[in-house]
Design a protein around this ligand. Structure first.
Ligand code: ACO
Length: 427
């Protein structure tokens, strides 16, 4: 086995080097504190591997993304979201029988308890759907308390997995209905996962509603592209919350909250708001690029840059193409798409962005595609969450199956050293 040498003062320590299946190398520091008294310091985990995972391989330098070894390009073209969900969670592509059982199992769990319906009455009309999604998923744990058991059987885990995937779509669609003041639409189990979601979002009891196949396919592709992305902020949150043996519902709800922020999943909503702002200001993309380069402005070009991708984001390529296809099929002329394309052109040839390797990420074009298929801006991050759900579940399951210890990082304390309490009258 290879090893790395660490010299502290005049003492030398040998640290094992471990290698991943794609040749990635890591220095195993798990015994560092025990053996040396030192810890490592890496705010934001830029050089820290938190786990060994067999779910997703990502090579940021070369723009490679594979789920369980299968390239994202092949899965986006040939697979379906539920097939990908099965692949991520159980490790292999399902046989037809396995896929049928998985799909029908999910269809059987799309209803949410009628008592949960009452929760919607309590949310304010302007409640952000991510807040509703996180709290409703957390509330599911109160309806299925068995999921909290320490010794879950594989069948018990499977039923929670199906409930989560099925009910999250219902919860999400109903949060949109709530924002519209429209009556909720119950799920239709004869429909595919995406068709059922579109039905719950857009059907009204007063009219016939037929799901458009192009829209259904585009949505399916978007969900596949978002299904997992290894140890990102939300997946790490799910693993961390789950490492305390909190239930899968609690862990996923934490993941939804982590995804919400504008530096993570919330970026897709911010991209559209930014493009809209450029349009209202006369379409001057250069001005926006200059603003993003000016550190004092505190502004960043939303949908640009990625912690891991430093060349291109393979998902952005697929989405850009899907976006063109859908807009062409529906004859939609979205001025925001033109603004997005000019913005990309200006930014990718600008030294600031080139030097920092900042390219459009998955969120740059996903918002335009969501708009084209009728999903309102506030729901974008919820769509991301629905797509990411199987990935989060797979990450949670892997962590529990591998019996990983509770996550508990160390810190470097930089606060006051010991001092005596000062009474109120002397302050
Ligand atoms: N616009 C302008 N400058 C940027 C941008 C941007 N979008 N992104 C990074 N930079 C600059 C930083 O100011 C920094 O410059 P400096 O070296 O002169 O200080 C440099 O590029 C490196 O940036 P970091 O913040 O250190 O990179 P990090 O890996 O920590 O952040 C992140 C990655 C959060 C995605 C960042 O690029 C960003 O904020 N992008 C905009 C938000 C966004 O699109 N998020 C979605 C990410 S994809 C996803 O979650 C699905």
């Amino acid at each position: 086995m290879n090893s790395a040498k660490l010299k502290i003062d005049d003492k030398e320590f040998e640290l094992p080097v471990i290698e991943g299946s794609e040749g990635e190398k890591a220095i195993d520091i798990s015994r560092l504190r025990n053996d040396t008294g030192y810890i490592t310091s890496d705010t934001g985990y830029k050089s820290t591997g938190s786990t060994r995972s067999a779910i997703t391989f990502l090579d940021g330098e070369n723009g490679i993304l594979r789920y369980r070894g299968y390239p994202i390009e092949q899965l986006a073209e040939k697979s379906t979201f539920l097939e990908v969900a099965y692949l991520l969670i159980y490790g292999e592509l399902p046989t037809s029988k396995e896929l049928e059982d998985f799909t029908s199992g999910i269809s059987r769990h799309t209803l949410i308890h009628e008592d949960m319906k009452k929760f919607y009455e309590g949310y304010p009309a302007k409640a952000h759907p991510m807040g509703i999604l996180a709290s409703m998923i957390s509330a599911l744990s109160t309806f299925y308390p068995d999921a909290q058991k320490a010794d879950l059987t594989p069948d018990e885990v499977d039923v929670t997995v199906k409930r989560l995937i099925a009910k999250s779509a219902t919860i999400a669609a109903w949060s949109f209905k709530k924002s519209q003041g429209h009556p909720i639409m119950y799920p239709q189990n004869r429909l595919s996962y995406c068709a059922n979601f579109l039905h719950m979002m857009f059907a009204l009891p007063t009219e016939e509603y037929e799901v458009n196949e192009t829209v259904e396919k585009a949505l399916d592709t978007l969900l596949i592209l978002h299904a997992d992305h290894e140890q990102n902020c939300s997946a790490s949150t799910v693993r961390m919350a789950g490492s305390s043996h909190a239930s899968l519902y609690a862990a996923i709800s934490s993941g939804v909250c982590a995804l919400w922020g504008p530096l993570h999943g919330g970026a897709n909503q911010e991209v559209i708001e930014m493009l809209e702002q450029i349009r209202q200001n006369g379409g001057d993309v250069k001005k926006m690029v200059e603003k993003a380069k000016d550190k004092k402005s505190g502004f960043r070009l939303m949908g640009f840059g990625h912690r891991v991708y430093k060349n291109f984001d393979p998902r952005a390529k697929i989405i850009k193409k899907a976006c063109d296809d859908v807009l062409e099929e529906f004859g939609i002329d979205d001025p925001l798409l033109d603004i997005a394309k000019s913005l990309e052109e200006v930014a990718v040839s600008d030294d600031y962005f080139l030097e920092r390797k900042l390219y459009p990420n998955v969120d740059f074009y996903s918002g335009i595609l969501y708009r084209a298929i009728g999903i309102p801006t506030e729901m974008f991050t919820v769509m991301f969450a629905l797509g990411r759900l199987p990935g989060w579940i797979a990450q949670w399951k892997e962590m529990r199956d591998n019996n990983e210890p509770i996550s508990r990082p160390r810190q470097l304390y930089v606060g006051h050293t010991e001092r005596d309490y000062v009474s109120l009258d002397k302050r």
